[in-house]
Design a protein around this ligand. Structure first.
Ligand code: ADP
Ligand code: MG
Length: 462
């Protein structure tokens, strides 16, 4: 048994067994530091980067306190976006397997109100959601928080950035004074400090690894003339040939333009930003997550906190003004001991941003010039898989095995040609190796899945 084993914690043996079955053998650093505090009932401010295992830290803590026989909301988790709320909900459901009959409800916008109200009437122990929709439920009195004992503010800095301060204050005012509050944030700006002072009581603070281990991420900065920015971006792809890339832009418009530029040069890319509808966002993230698209162009808000797979390179099309955001962006690569590349483009007038990053990281930035990049006019970048969308999902009791079974059975694909399968409420996605795409499509559009004809289509990249 090591010091970081979950077995040292004062939690139920059912949860310990559950964690082992999930493959969680050791606590991550944020879990090791924060769980003793959380389990002691104290308020907590935790600063840690994305992917550090924050959900299980607060999840294990809040589950220990749930009384399954009391059918009221005892724990509330506020998240900045629907995707994040979904991810947190998924992880909490896995953790809640250790306790019989725990009901968790997701309360996010974009979904009809009625079913949420219905589920709340039946009683839920844990609510996870976005501030807007939770406020809505409170105002209509379909959600009551008087039995709450744990309040979690996940990605609190992002919620403030998105303008949720007033909404959060209104929600918090409806929770009991005697509660445990856990606040998680990647950065610690003044707005968060102020919020902590008014919302938390005698909090303990833990900080883990906000500055990434250097060496794992290779960082290079390219100083260019303004008109060279686009060519430099293309040259970075041609020179480094990253297997998967996240490109950061400032604005939504820029995201669309950069994605279009890349596609125009045979580099398949998708953009994600706040203007997309939920349906479109899901499609983009599915394609990036299942290897059907290897380049994602995003704003900070859209990319923040998303549990997306290991990324080979992060490219800053423009540098952020705040060096902490830079550190956060590049933390998307070089995870779990793998090597990653962080490539940044800046113009003379943005030199101050490079200086700020140097100061923040306390080491010099390595700069290079556009001319050192090897161009290759033949270059093209195409992901190995393509995605087929099926118009049936969880509602139709469709499971991954049904899709895999249909494709490897009658359609005659090898299981190695079928990639990740994502099942949503009303729709599903399956990644198929490109050379087997035609075969898969023609089978699925004529054959049956789970005994019924299903409409299918290939997702396109534009
Ligand atoms: P964060 O909220 O800090 O961004 P998450 O809670 O989403 O991170 O966790 C990131 C990933 O790590 C998830 O896929 C989760 O299942 C996994 N994970 C969390 N804790 C552990 C652990 N102790 N051991 C192994 N994997 C873990
Ligand atoms: Mg998280």
């Amino acid at each position: 048994m090591t010091a970081d084993s979950f077995s040292v914690l004062p939690i139920s043996s059912a949860q310990k067994a559950n964690l082992l079955s999930l493959g969680y053998k050791q606590m991550t650093p944020i879990q090791a530091q924060s769980l003793p505090i959380i389990l002691s009932g104290k308020d907590l401010i935790a600063r840690a980067k994305t992917g550090s295992g924050k959900t299980a830290a607060f999840g294990i803590g809040l589950l220990e306190k749930i009384n399954p026989r009391f059918y009221g909301v005892q724990a509330l988790v506020l998240c900045p976006t629907r995707e994040l709320a979904n991810q947190v909900g998924k992880e909490l459901r896995r953790l809640a397997r250790s306790v019989a009959n725990i009901k968790l409800i997701l309360l996010c916008g974009g979904k009809p109100f009625g079913p949420q109200r219905g589920s709340l009437e039946h009683g839920a122990h844990i609510a996870v959601g976005t501030p807007g929709r939770i406020q809505d439920h409170l105002r209509r009195e379909t959600l009551k928080l008087n039995g709450l004992n744990t309040l979690v503010l996940d990605e609190a800095d992002r919620m403030l950035d998105m303008g949720f301060f007033d909404v959060m204050t209104e929600i918090i005012a409806q929770t009991p004074k005697k509660r445990q509050t856990l606040l998680f944030s990647a950065t610690y700006p003044n707005a968060i400090k102020r919020m902590c002072r008014s919302v938390l009581r005698n909090p303990e603070t833990v900080t883990v690894d906000t500055e990434h281990q250097s060496g794992v991420i290779e960082q290079v900065f390219y100083e260019v003339k303004k008109h060279e920015r686009n060519n430099t971006l293309l040259a970075l792809f041609e020179h480094y040939r990253p297997a998967s890339t996240l490109v950061f832009c400032h604005t939504k418009k820029q995201c669309d333009e950069v994605a279009r530029l890349l596609r125009g040069h045979q580099i398949e890319a998708l953009a994600i930003h706040g203007d997309l509808e939920q349906r479109e966002r899901d499609q983009v993230l599915v394609q990036f997550g299942n290897n059907s698209c290897s380049v994602l162009v995003a704003t900070d808000v859209a990319a923040r906190g998303l549990d997306i797979k290991a990324i080979a390179a992060v490219i800053n099309y423009e540098l952020p003004r705040d060096p902490e955001i830079y550190v956060h962006r590049i933390g998307r690569t070089g995870r779990a001991g793998e090597r990653g590349q962080a490539l940044s483009i800046f113009t003379e007038s943005e030199q101050v941003r490079v200086n700020a990053i140097e100061q923040f990281m306390n080491k010099p930035c390595i700069c290079d010039v556009y001319a050192s990049l090897e161009r290759d006019s033949e270059f093209s970048l195409r992901a190995p898989m393509a995605t087929i969308q099926l118009d049936a999902g969880r509602k139709n009791k469709l499971r991954p095995g049904d899709i895999l079974g249909a494709l490897t059975g009658d359609a005659g694909l090898a299981s190695s040609q079928v990639g990740k399968i994502d099942i949503f409420e009303m729709t599903s996605f399956v990644a198929i190796e490109r050379n087997a795409l035609h075969q898969a499509l023609s089978y699925l559009s004529n054959g049956r899945v789970k005994g019924r004809a299903i409409r299918v289509r290939k997702l396109s990249q534009s």
